[in-house]
Ligand binder design. Structure first.
Ligand SMILES: Nc1ncnc2c1ncn2[C@@H]1O[C@H](COP(=O)(O)OP(=O)(O)O)[C@@H](O)[C@H]1O
Ligand SMILES: [Mg+2]
Length: 296
């Protein structure tokens, strides 16, 4: 689809390409052949969702372009999780459209759609009675990959997320720390090399040091596998650190869409409220947007 701009990335974190080539379940994109500019992998248009007569999402329009991380920032209850769930069709929007890989979400087989969107949630969402290996292998197994290919992929991904395969592959989730669970969750989301990753506050419950480790892992993986991500957080610092663009949600509506640098100068009351928290901790100057890394 966007080969002209984003050739398949051969980067190897471990001992192979972390970018698996999609096989078989991709829609055709004749219209996009020869494109020379990045186009939106995900296009959300005038999306609204109401529940029991109450508006939860209000007329949201948002693009997520190839290779970028759009951070959905907002207070608790602002509609972040609901928006993420409309994207992978766990929730059906009341009105508006979502287009993924150039094709209306409604035209996708929901199962295929979800396999092309890795999903990482706050508690990892691992199956408790499955080993780490079985959890990471979930989607490749559903896609009927040969066992050897699955085993190789699991090893590659565990290494990439900083978990020694020999030590972790056979463990059950109850024997993992919070940070390790999230690493496994990320490995599972990456397993079948989906073009889009959805993250719902994946690091919110972690202690600050583990959180920073995982945020760094996120940036490292983004550089290596060049994934596109929609990342939910209520943490302005996390948004500043990880975002290509920040989409600020307020009461179910898009309050502001801006790059981190522009966001700092934003003057909507909701943006100012978030920025006040950042300034209070004196941390605004400790993050480098150029390097997308913390300066410690
Ligand atoms: N199943 C539900 N039933 C009723 N209200 C819901 C349900 N899910 C979410 N909501 C409401 O929708 C709003 C947005 O929720 P949510 O998307 O979870 O917000 P966030 O993820 O930003 O904290 C909240 O006011 C929440 O109470
Ligand atoms: Mg939420």
């Amino acid at each position: 689809m966007c080969e002209v701009v984003f050739p398949p990335c051969p980067f190897s974190l471990t001992h192979g390409s972390l970018t698996e080539q999609a096989k078989g379940d991709r829609p055709s994109h004749s219209a996009s052949i020869g494109r020379t500019v990045p186009h939106a992998l995900l296009e959300i248009r005038n999306l609204s969702y109401s529940l029991g007569g109450r508006a939860i999402l209000r007329d949201i329009s948002l693009d997520v372009r190839e290779g970028e991380t759009v951070v959905l920032l907002g207070r608790s209850g602002s509609g972040k999780t609901t928006l993420l769930k409309t994207v992978n069709e766990l929730i059906a929007a009341t009105s508006g459209t979502i287009r993924f890989e150039g094709r209306l979400a409604a035209e996708w087989d929901p199962i295929h759609l979800r396999r092309r969107m890795g999903y990482v949630i706050q508690d990892g969402g691992l199956f408790p009675h499955w080993t780490v290996e079985a959890n990471v292998a979930l989607v490749p197994r559903l896609a009927a990959w040969p066992p050897q290919r699955i085993a190789h992929r699991v090893e590659e991904l565990l290494t990439a997320v900083g978990l020694a395969p020999a030590e972790f592959r056979g463990r059950y989730p109850r024997r993992l720390s919070g940070g390790e669970k999230q690493r496994v969750g990320i490995a599972r989301a990456l397993a079948a090399d989906p073009p889009l990753l959805l993250f719902d506050e994946p690091f919110a419950a972690l202690d600050p040091i583990t959180r920073l480790d995982l945020q760094r892992l996120f940036l490292e993986l983004r550089r290596s596998v060049r994934k596109t991500a929609l990342f939910v957080t209520h943490d302005i610092r996390e948004a500043m650190m990880l975002a290509s663009r920040i989409a600020l949600l307020k009461d179910g509506a898009l309050d502001l869409l801006a790059e981190p640098r522009e966001f700092r100068a934003a003057d909507t009351p909701e943006a100012r409220a978030f920025l006040a928290g950042l300034e209070q901790n004196g941390s605004a100057e400790n993050w480098s947007q150029d390097e997308q890394r913390p300066r410690l």
